[in-house]
Design a protein around this ligand. Sequence first.
Ligand code: PLP
Length: 447
Amino acid sequence: MSAPASAASSQAATNNLEAFWMPFTANRQFKQAPRMFVSAKDMHYTTSDGRQVLDGTAGLWCCNAGHSRPKVVEAVQQQVAQLDYAPAFQMGHPKAFELAARLAAMMPSPLDHVFFTNSGSESVDTALKIALAYQRAIGQGTRTRLIGRERGYHGVGFGGISVGGIVNNRKHFGSMLTGVDHMRHTHDPDRNAFSRGMPESGAEYAEDLIRIIQLHDPSTIAAVIVEPVAGSTGVLIPPKGYLERLREICTQHGILLIFDEVITGFGRLGSPFAVDHFGVTPDLVTTAKGLTSGVVPMGAVFCTSDIYQAFMDGPAHMIELFHGYTYSAHPVACAAALGTLDTYEDEGLLTRAADLAGYWEDGLHSLKDCPNVIDIRNLGLIGAVELDPIAGEPTKRAFSAFLKSYDDGILIRTTGDIIALSPPLIITKGQIDELFGKLRTVLETID
Ligand code: PLP
């Protein structure tokens, strides 16, 4: 095909928006007025009409190092030319081991082992399966129940939506895994609206786990999974003392505790992981997103030495964990992750949010007097502005804010009527001012 013909066919394909069924998107609205990014660098996207958009959400909570960073780009380019793929089952390649060792060294002991996946959803399902298999491996096979939490988001696999606590999953997909129960969520706007950082009240919500344990008996419960900070359901910050109490209860009853750190991992709170930030060590940790700064899909599940060793008993030629993905530890993903970790290290990004958190918090809470704002929440470089829904038209006000923000040159994310913000960790104070300045205009303009 000649070059002009190829360009013409590519243009025609771009004009035909129908074939792509977009995920978590209002497809009909989008296809009437498409919003296309064609390139990205550092803190900005460039749109197809040539405008710069400041990234207030690190893509989808993932581009923690910013966009198209040189070390990551170079690592991926070199890797794809050198070793494009290696089977993950019964074979290895050096970067997988290098990456796992480096990650394990970043996590507090005893979270010393790493299982690779390709997404947050896969990390969650992997962690749940490891928890179930572990209980069997140690002779606790009656422990088959999994406990999640209302308003938890753990991705879109059947395991993740079952332990998650999102009404729309129940409404649209019906039955899920059986043998799952949910603690109540910790969101309490009557007591905690406009808290700065962690709310003072609400540690007692951890006692809801006791209620569930008493209902089912601990001998039936394998694991509890929570996001240390719930992100996708609207940025719900844990009350002071809550996570510590969950840990205590789980330990007391032989229940594994899983932290879903798909959002909080890799510097979002100002420490490498929420495990460090809160000083609470779970038995398993799920990650993805910031692991490669969103450049190549990849996830990682961390588990304790006790869990890993429990599988290492049988004959040495037997596969210990009957689980894995064709693309687990994909060489290009490993290279992207190593380039990302180098970038984090060189620029001190995994603790940078701690330095900026106060400035971020002040800027965010300055929006308190904007129309329709009913709550503001923050921790590290995460923020949420909750809007009063339009009567009878939930989500519409926040969606208007999203569209107007895009027109005004900032990328925000909305969930329900909540605006969620989580910029790349390279954001400057000037860009924080720009983000909140433009958001103020947006909130003052929309209905
Ligand atoms: N877990 C949490 C806490 C998340 O926030 C997400 C995504 O936002 C997931 C799991 C799912 O990740 P993915 O979309 O990569 O499957």
